[in-house]
Design a protein around this ligand. Structure first.
Ligand SMILES: Cc1cc2nc3c(=O)[nH]c(=O)nc-3n(C[C@H](O)[C@H](O)[C@H](O)COP(=O)(O)OP(=O)(O)OC[C@H]3O[C@@H](n4cnc5c(N)ncnc54)[C@H](O)[C@@H]3O)c2cc1C
Length: 339
């Protein structure tokens, strides 16, 4: 039996104050991940802090800087269907709608999406060792079932992947994360929010235990003409990505002016390689050039047997998705890319 206290808070200040009181306190937002983890005996909050009444976290706001602020408590559905998001940042809408199910997206929040935990089978199986769950116990995935596991950025201690779709688009869009804590507010660039496992796989990200995510900030950039999110998975719905790719691009005189490519399902964090993006700037958008960029992105990729196929799959997914990004028509639900 896991006894816990429950407290509803109405302000960010109260939320931070409450979470600072107990190292085993947890916020609850939509509850779609936390409650699952709790049922699996993987989360044991002593104090549950319900942030659902913090109205300041529920807004989508266009800032005077031109950036768009997505409140941490806005649901994934409300974010995906928001007029500004779907017109100016359609890549984000696409990625969100590729995740989970409509019912889950109606409860799942933006803040919670960033903090969802890995779906590694060994992490969920309490009879198995797992360095992420029980530091120093080992990583059976390396020699075991690893079809869905990392091909990039893994370490001796962990080969789990971060499963979010939304975060792959946020990475490509160079978002940042606003957080509040006892020492005030800070902003974390998206590439520094999630971390690689190294020798501390128990840490998924750089958020401190006494901090709350308040908003996600999207830069004032427009990739609404050339974008695409491709999610490859075992089932066509209600499944996590084996490999996903988010591409955002602008063209000028038939050449690539700017491009962002982020991968999901392949590492402990969304995977972006600026060197590959730099390579593509100023050249023609072609299958050949995207394939060359894929080589740069996948440099050092390593399989563990069951997931070796993901290296080739990723290379092909990058090329296919970048080609799809050229033609917004392929973004219509049900449309087939003309490759
Ligand atoms: C069956 C199923 C399928 C799914 N499929 C996909 C998928 O295909 N793609 C995908 O991307 N996701 C998928 N998800 C994951 C889903 O998107 C996440 O569970 C959801 O986004 C988490 O949000 P939440 O508000 O429910 O978080 P909660 O469960 O409430 O919280 C999750 C964690 O975040 C913390 N937290 C929440 N909000 C804050 C905050 N503002 N500040 C600090 N800490 C906070 C909580 O303390 C907890 O540790 C799936 C989930 C399920 C159950």
């Amino acid at each position: 039996m896991n006894n816990f206290t429950y407290k509803k808070v109405e302000t960010i200040t109260d939320a931070v104050q409450e979470v600072s009181k107990n190292k085993r306190a947890n916020f609850i937002a939509g509850g779609t991940n936390l409650i699952d983890l709790w049922k699996y005996d993987l989360a044991h909050p002593e104090a549950l802090i319900d942030i659902n009444s913090v109205s300041s976290l529920k807004k989508i706001e266009l800032l005077t800087s031109g950036e768009l602020s997505l409140g941490a408590l806005v649901t994934n559905s409300d974010t995906a269907y928001n007029d500004i998001v779907s017109s100016k940042y359609p890549l984000l809408s696409r990625a969100i709608l590729a995740g989970a199910s409509a019912q889950i997206r109606n409860s799942a929040t933006n803040g919670g999406n960033l903090l969802q935990r890995t779906r590694c089978y060994y992490f969920y199986d309490k009879t198995a060792p797992c360095n992420k769950r029980n530091s120093g116990s080992g990583c059976p995935a390396k020699e075991g079932l690893n079809r869905m596991h990392a091909i990039l950025g893994s370490s001796e201690s962990c080969i789990a992947v971060f499963p979010s779709d939304m975060c792959v688009a946020l990475s490509a869009l160079s978002a940042s994360v606003n957080v509040s804590g006892p020492n005030g507010d800070r902003q974390i660039a998206f590439e520094n929010f999630h971390r690689l496992p190294e020798d501390q796989p128990q840490l998924d990200n750089t958020l401190q235990a006494d901090e709350i995510i308040t908003a996600l900030i999207l830069p004032d950039e427009d990739f609404s003409e050339h974008y695409s999110y491709l999610k490859l998975r075992d089932r066509n719905s209600y499944a996590f990505a084996l490999v996903s790719v988010a591409t955002a691009m602008t063209l000028e005189n038939g050449l690539i002016k700017e491009i962002r490519i982020a991968l999901g399902g392949v590492a402990h964090k969304p995977w972006r390689v600026p060197e590959a993006e730099d390579f593509l700037v100023g050249i023609k958008p072609s299958r050949y050039n995207f394939a060359e960029a894929a080589k740069i992105i996948l440099k050092g990729a390593k399989g563990y047997g069951g997931n070796d196929f993901k290296i080739e799959l990723s290379a092909r997914a990058i090329v296919r998705n970048c080609m799809m990004a050229l033609d917004p028509e392929t973004q219509r639900p049900g449309a087939q890319p003309s490759l």
